[in-house]
Ligand binder design. Sequence first.
Ligand code: F6P
Length: 602
Amino acid sequence: VVTAWAHATEAVLALPVPAPGRRADRLHHSARARGTRADYGWGMSAPIDPTTTDAWAELTALHADFTPDLRGWFAGDPARVGKLSKPLAELHVDLSKNLVTDEILAALVRLAEQTGVAGRYEAMLRGEHINTTEDRAVLHTALRRPVGANPPLVVDDQQVDADVHEVLDRIAAFAERVRSGEFTGVTGKKITHLVNIGIGGSDLGPVMVFEALKPYATAGIEARFVSNIDPTDIAQKTGDLDPETTLFIVASKTFTTLETLTNARLAREWLWEGLAGAGAIGDDDASRTGAVAHHFIAVSTALEKVAEFGIDTDNAFGFWDWVGGRYSVDSAIGTSLAIALGPDVFREFLAGFHAVDQHVATTPLAENVPVLMGLLNVWYTNFLGAQTHAVLPYAQLLHRFPAYLQQLTMESNGKRVRWDGSDVVTDTGEVFWGEPGTNGQHAFYQLIHQGTRLIPADFIAMVNPSYPLKDGERDVHGLFLANFLAQTKALAFGKTAEEVEAEGTTGALVAARTFPGNRPTTSIFAPALTPRVLGELIALYEHITFTQGAIWGINSFDQWGVELGKKLALEIAPAIEGDAAALAAQDASTQALLAYYSDHRK
Ligand code: F6P
């Protein structure tokens, strides 16, 4: 299996790509699973039921005798930290404070082998249509392959590398024109503000990365992000802007999303009114079209719809249906980043992703950091009953990282059927959540330390600060990091009743002041929050998500669960406007809420 995993390297490093199916087949045949092979119309074999593998049986037996004992495990095995600390590109990942023994970890690795995780990864890299319900390849890893990868990746007759780099080069050239002031607003003024209009994957990635890399925004261009259809969002984000110096980026993979297109139309009206009010343009069609050409660009897979909206397709940057929305920040969806932070920063960011892709492809499962972290999540979810997973960045600039991860993980693995349409056989995706430290410490850490629920947590910290400030003689970042280290230590080792009593506490207070410990954490440490490190972090979580989805047999690349609400909103909208037939078609609760709405509407 390690060999099969190592073969995946060939695709990532662009060595010869194997014939479709061959390696995946071999991997499936080597699995000691009782799942049968069948074709579900998309060339995919049946998912392997993880609960039928020998590894699952081993894990079940290990769980039956399981008593977490981080204190004992650390005391009994001085090599534990060394064995469980792993390099991942520039990241240092310490898994030692997780609730696993060597035996459990080895059984988890066998679970990955026996459920065909490596084969599925290879199938993804080869461009097989592993997104079965949409009959699409899944190739976000191709977005960060370096220039000149040889031989080039060709999937479904598309020259993938050539197309990816053609768009990247166009984005870089356009970004330089905006940054230098060569591309101006309609009145010849330099662009000082970008407003990215998008939602979900067309928003969360760009806003998270812009916030994280703000110290790199040195060209005097500020980016803002409008996503919510609540008109408050666009009203507040444009309220203090000058239309003459504002460039809107309409970012939508499909270019059909209600929120984004509504906000784009509102932005266009705001632009026209503002420019006309300042006497900068007339209110004739030609003036308006000219204004849009100078103040609107678009990012989409649907360039014909971009043209219909009135945006010049010379100012549009495309991507492809094999990039999922939540996997798209490294595609043209990152155009706002290339402009505000610069094309060089964007390329460094992509290089970080690629470094992790290479690690995944070339590292045996037992040392493969994203695979191990995915397996730990399976252990916590399916054996120890964890329902949620906290992500706690000790880096203020990563304050939107948990929100970004919520879409990545929960839209990917929040599934109840497998890729062949059959029901899942285990629990699937956990709830991901988090806030930056130390804010979270003063809010919800109480529950993690002493509550009744098991909450595995990832702590992410940087050795060097983005802003090296001192409080007198004291390095404030050092104090911040002491908190990161203290929290993971307290969670792991707790404080016994004897230790509490030894401090002089007596009676009922002893129990209240006791910390049970054995609360699992992973520490992810990096030298500094650079573009490369950020790319590495995102890719790490992409591959963790992939590993879990592969073990559970689900398609991590569709999101049908968001469709029903969208359709119902369109049906209810006329009822809000007073349409009697639409109102009558609603259920009793919705009708009552609509009645409250009409009673209180001013
Ligand atoms: O509704 C969910 C979703 O489809 C996400 O997967 C996607 O990132 C988001 O909407 C935005 O879609 P688009 O980029 O097509 O506007």
